[in-house]
Design a protein around this ligand. Structure first.
Ligand code: SAH
Ligand code: SF4
Ligand code: F3S
Length: 449
């Protein structure tokens, strides 16, 4: 009996949690919900995995190294679990949605596994694990509860993620996302705006609207995209200063969306505009619906309508069958597009996607060489773009002390550029006008005006 009571005590007491998040903003958003749920269950945040009674890994599956990372991390957690059997390990996110039971087979010391549609189930699964004594899991393929409807513990008081849709109806041949996040499901416009208003009442000045294909928001609701309407409505929220959104698909950047951006005072002068490749034949094999000329036209229209807009992009190098000539096309389009920044990726084979079984996978050495050339080109362009801002006065939102140098603050321009400034007295969430004093490819340095 006494043994039983002692055992029960160690089980009901676990009350601190630690979350590690991988992948995109959608996962950051979901992790804030996971934290919110756990705190509403009485858990408190621990500042390291060693100090936590519950460790949650929120995983990503977009590239192969994301896979390796999950199993590598679980490997590191095994000795911790061996030393403290009462430690609970929960894994969620896209990798778990993809691998399902395999996660528990490969790492039987996992206590709870939950897919992308089961974020809200975590407390129940933890309870099931205690009562059942065996790993608990939920890999459902759909949910009625939008994760945004769950309580959140926000990382930054002044910033809120708001998901407007989840899932993606496209079928880019390289991409795992549709199979782990399902088809697009949008939230009702009223629900999105209500959440935004609540956030602003709670001190938020910057909101990032999220969707895997954010600018087709609403298409699944009443058959027509409502993204322009959503953007336009954001201006009506008193006290909201900045609106961002990610990720749009170039194809759905329709004139009404550009008009809404141009006419808005809150929507920031930055767009993420994923190119993927500059080669028309590669774009076709990727099943991207535009071609390079059309892409550059859109870019031109956006820049004409939104003065000073900064543009970032995603590019994949070494898609199956990519020839030297096709890669040169990418370099040419990058040169002509003049992006402010680019996220460049080596193509990573994702079993289950169409591209995974395409012929002529490009040898790693060739991919790396092309990758280096693309990065070098883009770094030059980014530096030129940033250098053009020398001595300009820019509005920044202070995010907090710089990670490298706590005497400086990290702030962000409306165009999504990082500026480091001497940090004395700069409060996170406050606005500061800054004069740009130095330019680098990935950030600026400045002084408060
Ligand atoms: N919904 C977003 C993409 C999310 S994934 C969009 O359409 O823009 C983010 C980026 O990861 C993609 O834009 C793509 O550049 C990259 N990516 C996706 N699958 C990949 C793969 N198999 N290998 C390498 N990069 C990939
Ligand atoms: Fe993936 Fe394409 Fe959907 Fe983006 S639009 S999530 S790249 S399938
Ligand atoms: Fe990764 Fe899932 Fe986002 S696969 S990039 S965390 S949608």
């Amino acid at each position: 009996m006494r043994f039983g009571a002692a055992k029960l005590k160690t089980i009901v007491e676990p009350r601190t949690y630690f979350i590690r998040t991988f992948g995109c903003q959608m996962n950051e958003h979901d992790s804030e919900r996971i934290a919110g749920l756990l705190e509403s269950e009485g858990y408190e945040r621990a500042h390291s995995p060693d100090a936590a009674d519950l460790i949650v890994l929120n995983t990503c599956a977009i590239r192969e190294n994301a896979d390796n990372k999950l199993y590598g991390n679980l490997g590191h957690l095994k000795p911790l679990k061996d030393a403290r059997p009462e430690l609970r390990i929960a894994v969620g996110g896209c990798q778990v949605q993809k691998d399902k039971h395999l996660v528990i087979e490969k790492a039987p010391w996992v206590d709870v596994a939950f897919g992308t549609f089961a974020v809200g189930e975590l407390p129940r699964l933890l309870a099931d694990r205690e009562s059942g004594g065996v790993p608990a899991f939920e890999f459902t393929e759909h949910t009625d509860v939008f994760p945004s409807a769950l309580p959140a513990r926000r990382e930054q008081r002044f910033h809120g993620w708001v998901s407007v849709s989840v899932g993606c109806d496209n079928a880019c041949t390289f991409c795992i996302v549709p199979s782990v996040r399902g088809p697009q499901v949008s939230r009702r416009l009223g629900d999105v705006l209500d959440e935004c208003k609540r956030l602003v009442e709670d001190g938020v000045v910057e909101i990032s609207l999220l969707g895997q294909n954010v600018n087709t928001y609403g298409r699944d609701l009443d058959g027509r995209p409502m993204f322009a309407e959503l953007l336009a409505s954001m201006d009506g929220i008193d006290g909201l200063r900045r609106v961002r959104f990610t990720s749009p698909h170039p194809h759905d950047f329709t004139p009404d969306v550009i008009e809404a951006m141009a006419g808005s005072k809150t929507v920031c002068e930055h767009i993420h505009f994923p190119l993927q490749s500059g080669s028309d034949s590669v774009l076709k094999r990727m099943r991207r619906s535009y071609r390079s000329a059309r892409y550059l036209e859109w870019l031109h229209d956006i820049r004409a309508a939104v003065p000073g807009v900064a543009v970032s992009t995603d590019i994949i190098v070494g898609f199956p069958g990519e020839t030297d000539a096709e890669f040169e096309d990418t370099l040419r389009v990058v040169q002509s597009a003049q992006f402010d920044s680019a996220y460049t990726f080596e193509y990573s084979i994702r079993p289950g996607t169409e591209a995974a079984v395409m012929p002529d996978q490009v040898p790693a050495g060739v991919v790396q060489e092309r990758f280096r050339r693309l990065v070098a080109l883009q770094e030059n362009i980014s530096l030129e773009k940033n250098t053009a801002l020398m001595n300009a006065r820019v509005e920044t939102l202070v995010e907090g002390p710089s990670r490298k140098d706590p005497a400086r603050a990290t702030a962000r321009t409306r165009t999504n550029k990082i500026v480091h400034v001497p940090g004395d007295g700069l409060q996170p969430g406050s606005f500061a006008d800054v004069i740009v004093k130095a330019a680098h490819p990935h950030y600026l340095e400045g002084e408060v005006a």
